[in-house]
Ligand binder design. Structure first.
Ligand code: GLY
Length: 372
C-alpha cells in the first residue's frame, strides 16, 4: 500500500477530504470511519466493477458496521428515473434509516445515481464515493453534482449533495479499457486549459508515460486535476460563477453526445471535440491566438482522442445546444479561452460560426473562407 495524500474541499460544515493513493482501497475503512458517524452501509455498484473490487470495499466497510450491496445496470442508458426508483426501493427494503451511508463504487453514472439517491432518501443521507474510472476520479466524484438524464436531456433532474469523503485509488485505473482511460483524459486536459498553463505543458511533455499509465505520472495527473476541481468547487459550490468554467468543452460536448447516441460516443470523447470546438470559437472570435486551439487539438490527438466523426446533422446539434441545461434566455453558453489557463463565459455565438466549427471538426482542412 502506498502513502495516502488528502486534499480538502472547503465548504464550511460540508467540507470533506479526497484521499488519494495507489492500491489502498482495502484500507479505506479508516477514512470512511472518520468521515461519517454511520455504521450502516449501502454499497451501490455495477456487476463488472463489483466483481473486481467489491469484496475489498465490503471488507473495509464490514470493519465499521453492517453492509448491504445493490448492483444497478451499467451504462449511461441506465441513468434514468427507473434505475433511481429501483435503488430507492432497495434502500427502503433493506430498512435503511436516516443514519445510513450510501457508498458508490463505480464510474460517473454510479456516482451520479448514488449521489442523487442519497440526496433524496429521507431528505438526505451520507454518501461516500469510491470512483473507479479516470473520469469519475478527476471530475464526477468531487463537487456534489448528482443527476439523472430525463426526457432525452442529459443530467436534467438532479441535486447538489456533497459526499462525506472521496476515496481515490489510482490502481483501479489499471482495469479500464484503453478507450475508457483515454476518454477520462479529456477531463484532465480541461483542467490545464481552464486554470493551469503549466499543467497543460506538463501533459504535453508526458504523453507517453500517461498513455503507459505510469503510476507516478498518473498519481500526479490525478492529484493536480483534483486540486483544481477542489479549488473551483470550494469557491463556487452551486455554480453561480466560476464553477461554470468546469463546463469547458461540455456545451458542444453534450450536444454531440446526444446526437451521436447511437454511434456510442463516450462522454470524454464528446468533451474532447467540445474543447477543440471551444478553442476554435475563441480564436475565430479573436479571444485568443490560433496557437491555443492548435495545442488543444494536438494534445488531444496525441492522447488518442478526436477519432473521425461520422456525418452529422448540423441542425440537430444546434437544436440540442439550446436544450442544454446551461442555455440561458434561449442562448447556449460557451466557456471560451482567453489564453492557456484562462477562460470566460460567452453567450450568443452566431449560428454561422457554430456551423463552421461543426464542419471543421469533421474536416480539419476546412479554412475560414468556408464561413458562410
Ligand atoms: N463536472 C462539472 C462540475 O462538477 O461542475
Amino acid at each position: 500500500m502506498s502513502s495516502i495524500e488528502s486534499l480538502k474541499v472547503s465548504l464550511g460544515k460540508r467540507s470533506y477530504s479526497i484521499h488519494l493513493g495507489h492500491h489502498w482501497l482495502a484500507d479505506g475503512g479508516r477514512h470512511v470511519g472518520r468521515a461519517t458517524t454511520s455504521r450502516r452501509f449501502f454499497l451501490l455498484s455495477v456487476a463488472k466493477v463489483h466483481a473486481l473490487y467489491g469484496r475489498r470495499i465490503e471488507k473495509a466497510l464490514r470493519g465499521l458496521g453492517q453492509v448491504s450491496t445493490y448492483l444497478m445496470p451499467d451504462g449511461e442508458r441506465a441513468k434514468n428515473e427507473r434505475t433511481l426508483l429501483a435503488i430507492l426501493r432497495a434502500m427502503a427494503s433493506h430498512g435503511l434509516q436516516r443514519d445510513a451511508c450510501l457508498v458508490t463504487l463505480g464510474g460517473g453514472v454510479v456516482g451520479d445515481m448514488g449521489g442523487l439517491a442519497s440526496a433524496l432518501y429521507m431528505r438526505g443521507i451520507d454518501v461516500v464515493h469510491c470512483p473507479t474510472t479516470l473520469l469519475a476520479q478527476v471530475d464526477a466524484s468531487v463537487g456534489g453534482k448528482t443527476a439523472i438524464d430525463f426526457e432525452g436531456v442529459k443530467n436534467l433532474v438532479g441535486a447538489f449533495h456533497q459526499p462525506k469523503a472521496v476515496l481515490l485509488d489510482t490502481a483501479l485505473l489499471d482495469s479500464l479499457t484503453e478507450r475508457q482511460y483515454r476518454s477520462g483524459l479529456a477531463e484532465v486536459v480541461k483542467y490545464g486549459v481552464i486554470r493551469d498553463a503549466d499543467f497543460f505543458a506538463w501533459l504535453e511533455d508526458n504523453v507517453d508515460a500517461i498513455l503507459r499509465r505510469d503510476p507516478a505520472i498518473v498519481a500526479r495527473m490525478v492529484r493536480r486535476s483534483c486540486e483544481i476541481k477542489a479549488e473551483v468547487v470550494s469557491a463556487d459550490e452551486l455554480e453561480l460563477g466560476a464553477r461554470a468554467h468546469l463546463n469547458f468543452g461540455h456545451t458542444l460536448g453534450h450536444a454531440l453526445e446526444s446526437a451521436y447516441d447511437d454511434w456510442g460516443l463516450q462522454h470524454g470523447e464528446a468533451v474532447a471535440y467540445g474543447m477543440w470546438a471551444a478553442g476554435l470559437l475563441s480564436w475565430r472570435l479573436r479571444w485568443c491566438r490560433s496557437e491555443v486551439p492548435e495545442r488543444i487539438e494536438l494534445l488531444l490527438r496525441r492522447l488518442g482522442l478526436l477519432r473521425p466523426l461520422p456525418p452529422l446533422s448540423e441542425s440537430r446539434i444546434l437544436r440540442s445546444l439550446l436544450l442544454d441545461k446551461k442555455a440561458k434566455g434561449g442562448e447556449a453558453q460557451f466557456v471560451l479561452t482567453r489564453k492557456m489557463g484562462i477562460v470566460s463565459i460567452r453567450s450568443s455565438v452566431q449560428k454561422s460560426l457554430l456551423g463552421w466549427v461543426l464542419r471543421r471538426l469533421r474536416h480539419p482542412k476546412i479554412d475560414v473562407s468556408d464561413l458562410s
